[in-house]
Design a protein around this ligand. Structure first.
Ligand SMILES: [Zn+2]
Length: 332
């Protein structure tokens, strides 16, 4: 690939695509070589940047620099800043490179409006959501959401497969633009929440409303972890009693802090699992075998390692019975 890009840069410098009857290097790459538009775009950007900064060839060759980052790199790289800026793009993904470029060269007039666009109903089998330009109606509002008749009459697309990742576009070092596909019911809920907050947060933006909601979730989670500022003291006797299910908030807080919110399961390859997903407190020794609710006898484990730990301690037969019992209780 690096050899191809170097040859392409030289080819472009000679404007050799003109002699072959093409209007641009991009046209040559798509029409003559049959590349996709995205593949042609990245190679064209690479060929351009190699002509201006031959030092990028070595990192392309050894894989430190990814082809998908060149467009961002090209925006900000100059002969003066090359020594400092080029290494910042090593080992970066396209998204990370966009964020670096946005930090170095912020968008001069970043859009701050909230845009609600109706997504036309799609055949759920052919599915990706259409690009903004292809949608039929577009409503721009500042503060007050406006719903168009078109938006109301179009049923939301039936989602197929996993939810698409949140599209995030870095604008400046401190600002990101988010593209989000939601249901009309979500917009109604958002508007209700905005009205509910209209006393305490008059003129709240969408970010204010969502941020307040996220704070509620995080507060609830911090309480679960015993991380609240002034936890009520729990019954001291229960804390000391072996076999008790109760774990004092102070102990929970200590364990969450000590384990940094990460699963502590030791891996065969060394190190720990480190997952922060569905993390729970785990008794290193089983409660029924005399474990005390004190920090030294507790650790954080993710759900799958918690399950694995229980299976190792109790055996599959017991765990299967327990799991089945739990399921049965939930159904009744
Ligand atoms: Zn784990």
């Amino acid at each position: 690939m690096a050899d191809f890009l170097v040859a392409l840069a030289e080819f472009d410098q000679r404007r050799a695509w003109i002699a072959l009857g093409h209007a641009s290097l991009f046209a040559f790459l798509t029409q003559r070589l049959g590349l996709s538009k995205a593949a042609a775009f990245f190679r064209m950007k690479a060929a351009e940047i190699i002509q201006r900064h031959p030092d990028v060839v070595a990192p392309f060759r050894d894989g430190r620099l990814c082809l998908t980052t060149v467009a961002s790199l090209a925006r900000v790289l100059t002969p003066e800043n090359q020594a400092e800026v080029l290494p910042r793009f090593f080992h970066r993904s396209m998204q990370e490179a966009k964020a670096i470029a946005a930090e170095l060269l912020p968008a001069t007039n970043p859009p701050r409006r909230t845009v609600i666009t109706a997504v036309p109903a799609l055949n759920p089998r052919t599915a990706p959501a259409p690009a903004l330009a292809e949608t039929r109606s577009q409503t721009v509002f500042l503060g007050e959401p406006v719903f168009t008749a078109d938006a109301a009459s179009n049923p939301p697309p039936v989602s197929a497969g996993p939810a698409p990742a949140l599209q995030v576009e870095p604008l400046t070092a401190s600002e990101r633009r988010v593209h989000l596909t939601v249901s009309p019911a979500f917009l109604e809920k958002l508007e209700e929440a905005r009205l509910a907050l209209s006393h305490s947060l008059p003129g709240a933006t969408v970010e204010d409303v969502l941020s307040a909601g996220l704070d509620l979730i995080l507060d609830r989670d911090r309480k679960r972890k015993g991380l609240v500022a002034n936890p009520r003291p729990g019954p001291a006797e229960a804390a000391a009693e072996p076999g008790a299910g109760y774990i004092p908030a102070a102990v929970r807080r200590e364990v969450w802090r000590r384990d940094q919110g990460r699963c502590q399961w030791k891996l065969d390859s060394g190190g720990i699992c480190g997952s922060r997903l569905r993390v729970e407190l785990d008794h290193v020794r089983l409660r029924c075998r005399g474990a005390k609710p004190i920090a030294s006898e507790l650790r954080l484990l993710c759900r799958s390692h918690n399950d694995l730990a229980a299976r190792q301690a109790l055996g599959d037969a017991v765990m299967d019975r327990y799991t089945r019992k739990r399921t049965a209780v939930r159904r009744t």
